[in-house]
Design a binder for this molecule. Structure first.
Ligand SMILES: O=C(O)CCC(=O)C(=O)O
Length: 274
């Protein structure tokens, strides 16, 4: 199927996603998309969007001196319209997601990884540990903003592991290689494979898929925008401060929002289910 943005995904690719738990879509983001997202990443890191956690930096600092301080920025789409429109709501991403988990798709978070030289990766984990859905529809949409290689810390996955179980986590003992987040354990990881991709390629992965990334051993950044999506009909039982059972800090990216009457955003009316 080809959509208006020219991104096509075949029935075989949809089946492959469901069999393996992940799918690479080459060239989903155009070179222009990638350039705009890279430029915007720098703008965010320079503190050019007003936010209490991102103070403006000295304009005299070189780009490298700014970027090398950041492993990852959470929810960049909340301050940057470029991250929102070019990244999170990218029409190619939305079109593929509609085929994989749609037709109605919402997003609840984004992460901008800068991952400078020498910075760690993330130990084995499954995203549903952090973002539980009601229907197992959680899907990562990972857009490479640089070529992602074994050397600079690409993703690694265990194909088919999304069909196994949800594994518990513990502290890992390799702080040189992985950041502070916990590590899933209790499974055979001998089937892991690296997912090396080019800038502009997208990787979609199921929320139960075991995946990790390693330290960046190259001399350059490994930038990625990854956003997490789910079927819009699933509640998002992600606790907010009031303990509500359907977190509504979401963005619709395709189709309809069945719970639009609850509102969205920080001040929406959330309804408890108890
Ligand atoms: O890109 C990475 O280094 C890790 C991304 C990841 O683990 C995730 O999005 O869940």
């Amino acid at each position: 199927m080809t959509n208006t943005v020219g991104v096509s995904i075949t029935k075989q690719e949809v089946e492959s996603y469901h069999d393996n738990g992940y799918l690479v879509v080459p060239g989903l983001a155009s070179q222009q998309d990638v350039e705009e997202l890279r430029t915007d990443a720098l703008r965010i890191c320079r503190g050019e969007y007003p936010h209490p956690n991102l103070e403006p930096v000295d304009a005299g600092l070189a780009d490298d001196e700014v970027l090398r301080n950041f492993l990852c920025i959470h929810h960049p789409h909340k301050i940057s319209p470029v991250m929102l429109e070019r990244g999170v709501k990218h029409p190619g991403l939305a079109a593929v997601l509609q085929r994989l988990i749609g037709p109605d798709v919402k997003c609840m978070q984004s992460m901008l990884f800068v991952k400078p030289p020498g910075f760690q990766g993330q130990a084995w984990h499954q995203d549903e540990i952090y973002i539980p859905t009601r229907d197992r529809s959680l899907t990562g949409g990972w857009i490479a903003l640089d070529d992602a290689t074994i050397e600079n810390g690409c993703l690694y996955v265990i194909p088919g592991s999304h069909k196994w179980a949800l594994y518990d986590q513990r502290a890992h003992d390799n702080p040189e290689e992985f950041d502070f987040a916990g590590e899933s354990f209790g499974f055979d990881d001998s089937g892991e494979i690296p997912v090396e991709v080019l800038a502009g390629d997208a990787v979609f992965f199921n929320g139960y898929l075991l995946h990790r990334s390693r330290k960046n051993n190259s001399a350059n950044y490994r930038r990625v925008l990854v956003s997490h999506y789910m079927n819009a009909w699933s509640l998002l039982p992600w606790p907010d401060l009031a303990g509500h059972m359907d977190n509504r800090k979401i963005m619709l990216v395709a189709g309809i929002d069945p719970y639009a009457h609850k509102g969205t955003g920080e001040n929406c009316r959330t309804i408890g289910f108890r």
